[in-house]
Structures are given as structure tokens and as C-alpha cells.
Design a protein around this ligand. Structure first.
Ligand SMILES: [Zn+2]
Length: 345
């Protein structure tokens, strides 16, 4: 709609609308925006950028509106000045995972398919009108933001443990091109690792859950990374429950917290039958983190049929997003648009 006509319409609405019509209009606008989730998200984010006047490339605030681009998105320009603005133009998507991403009219439908964990082939079959490769790229653009959404700290009663996923190179083209990423034949997903115990065949995923529902998850290179991954992320005065690995004891000590070693359950059935005391309700343990790991394994190994280790952190972010109370698919779009990438991306 022409800008002047839209201004006149707003003026007429402001002066002549009754309260009942106002409520009805609110419903109509909500319904229209719901049908155009992607475009509405871009429009909302453009307003935020226009208010913040912040250049995503150099961080300067001397930013002016600079016409519209071919797709109709508002452009901005960072003005060169004595204190050194970069002079480059940008739009609301610059510097986010959605930079140069097209077809915003399809993002909403795609986000709804993501909510249902629809496979890439089924996305194509759904008739949304994007290729399999585009569906894959959109998935990871949305999940890049989700991978970064984690609490700064966990507090209170914290259950911390690691779980292991087999290293996987799903989708790597080297398998077919004769340049395999590992010196071994390709294998089907599932099945145990060939080496017993922790080996290069598995990657540890550290999880720290707190009683308020906060979850910290990090894909580690080895268990030696536990202390670094939790550094500064445990609130003082917490209780850290773990299987007694020294790294957790050190983390608790460094953060002024108590450490509680939870002994693994006895595997000897006779001893268990003879003398096990009944478990007291409310007693601290690792039940929540173990159940969390079970859910993760089901999601990644069964529902998604295995994922490449390279993108494991994205899929963990996806699982966290789906468990958030009140999660709506448009959050995948909104949060990606608000996610600032480092300037060199
Ligand atoms: Zn700039």
C-alpha cells in the first residue's frame, strides 16, 4: 500500500473507530500476520533496527534509512564520519543467520514443518515450493540461533553428567567421491562403537540441568573440556550432583558450591534384593539428567535417524527449543533475526 494512503488510513482509524471495531480489527490483523509469519517477522525486526540505529558491521550508531532494495526491504546506511562509520548499507537481515535469505513468504510454513520434525524429503513433498537443499540450508540457519540460546548460569540443585554420541559424517560427500572423512568404510547408524570405553569414535555431550529447568549443553572434544565448558556458569551456593568425576568436584569448588557424589546403582541383583533401602522421595540424584539424555538419544538417533557430529550442537538447540514452555514456530524466525553473528560471517 502506498505510504500516504496508509497514513490516511491510520488517521481515519484513530479518529473514527469504535471500541468494538478496534477489538475486531485487532483479530483481523493478528490473523493476517499469522498467515505471513516470515514477512511479519522481517517487518518487526526492521522496526527494531530503525529504532536501534546500530550498524551490524562496525557497531556505529550514525545510521540513516537508505531506500528499499529489490525485494522491498528497508535499507539502512552507516554514515562515514570523523569517528569512522563503515559507510556500507545493510538491511534488517544483515549480520544474522538469515542474511540474503529469500522467500520470506515461505518461512512461516517452513517453521511449522520444523515444529513437527518433518524430514527434508517430506518438506519437499509437502508442496511448500523449496528444494531439498534449500530446506537443509534454512533448517541450519534457524538452528544456528537455537544452538546459541542457553542460560548464562545454572543455579540451585544442578545435575551434571555427560552422554556420548558416535561420531558421524552423515551427508558428507567424501564418502561417494572416494575421499572418506575417516579411514574406514561407511557404516549404518546405530550399533555400538568398535572400541570399548571412551574412544575417538564418540563425542561427549555435557549436560547441566538445574531445578528451575535451565539447561546447559555443550558438545566437547573430550571429557577434559568439562571444566572449561562450565567455567563461570554455575551460580555460587549451588549444589552440583554428579557421578564424582574430578572435573565436577573442581567446578563446584571453584564456584563456591557444594558437590554431591551420586554413586551409580549397584548392578549386583542379589545385593540389591537383600539390602537396598527404599529410595526416599526428594532425595537428590541424577534421575533428571539421565532421563534428559534418554530423550536426546531418542530424538537424535531414532527420530532424526542420526545426525552429523558437525551439526550436533544445532540439533541439541532444536531439542531445547521444542521443550521450552509456550514455544511457537515463529520463534525460530524471530530468534534467528535477533541472533547477531560475528562481523566476519
Ligand atoms: Zn558501519
Amino acid at each position: 500500500m502506498d505510504a500516504k494512503l496508509f497514513d490516511r488510513l491510520k488517521m481515519a482509524l484513530a479518529t473514527e473507530l469504535s471500541a468494538e471495531q478496534c477489538v475486531e480489527l485487532e483479530e483481523v490483523v493478528k490473523r493476517l500476520a499469522g498467515r505471513r509469519l516470515g514477512e511479519a517477522a522481517v517487518a518487526r525486526h526492521t522496526q527494531e533496527v530503525a529504532a536501534a540505529r546500530h550498524c551490524p558491521r562496525c557497531g556505529h550508531h550514525d545510521v540513516v534509512k537508505h531506500g528499499k532494495d529489490a525485494a522491498g526491504h528497508q535499507r539502512f546506511r552507516c554514515r562515514r564520519g570523523p569517528d569512522g562509520g563503515c559507510g556500507r548499507s545493510f538491511n534488517a537481515m544483515t549480520g544474522t543467520p538469515f542474511a540474503r535469505m529469500r522467500m520470506p513468504e515461505k518461512w512461516g510454513a517452513y517453521a511449522r514443518l520444523m515444529e513437527e520434525h518433518v524430514s527434508l524429503d517430506d518438506v519437499v513433498a509437502s508442496g511448500i515450493g523449496i528444494s531439498r537443499h534449500t530446506a537443509w540450508r534454512w533448517r541450519h540457519r534457524m538452528l544456528r540461533a537455537q544452538a546459541a540460546i542457553q542460560p548464562d548460569q545454572v543455579a540451585g540443585v544442578i545435575e551434571a553428567d555427560e552422554t556420548f554420541f558416535r561420531t558421524a559424517y552423515k551427508g558428507t560427500r567424501g564418502w561417494k567421491r572416494g575421499a572418506p572423512p575417516e579411514n574406514r568404510p561407511p557404516r549404518y547408524r546405530g550399533g555400538p562403537a568398535l572400541d570399548v570405553g571412551l574412544s575417538g569414535e564418540q563425542v561427549p555431550v555435557l549436560t547441566a540441568l538445574d531445578s528451575a529447568g535451565g539447561v546447559i549443553e555443550e558438545v566437547l572434544r573430550s571429557r577434559a573440556g568439562i571444566a572449561a565448558a562450565l567455567n563461570g556458569r554455575v551460580a555460587e551456593g549451588s549444589v552440583v550432583c554428579s557421578d564424582g568425576l574430578k572435573a565436577y568436584v573442581d567446578v563446584a569448588k571453584r564456584h563456591g558450591s557444594e558437590h554431591l557424589c551420586i554413586a551409580p546403582p549397584r548392578k549386583d541383583w542379589l545385593a540389591k534384593a537383600k539390602g537396598g533401602k527404599p529410595r526416599k522421595k526428594g532425595r537428590l540424584g541424577l534421575g533428571h539428567v539421565n532421563a534428559h539424555h534418554e530423550r536426546l538419544k531418542t530424538f537424535i538417533n531414532r527420530e532424526l535417524r542420526g545426525v552429523s557430529t558437525r551439526y550436533l550442537h544445532h540439533y541439541l538447540g532444536w531439542a531445547r527449543a521444542m521443550r521450552r514452555p509456550g514455544f511457537r514456530p515463529e520463534q525460530l524466525i524471530d530468534e534467528a533475526l535477533r541472533h547477531c553473528l560475528p562481523p566476519d560471517c
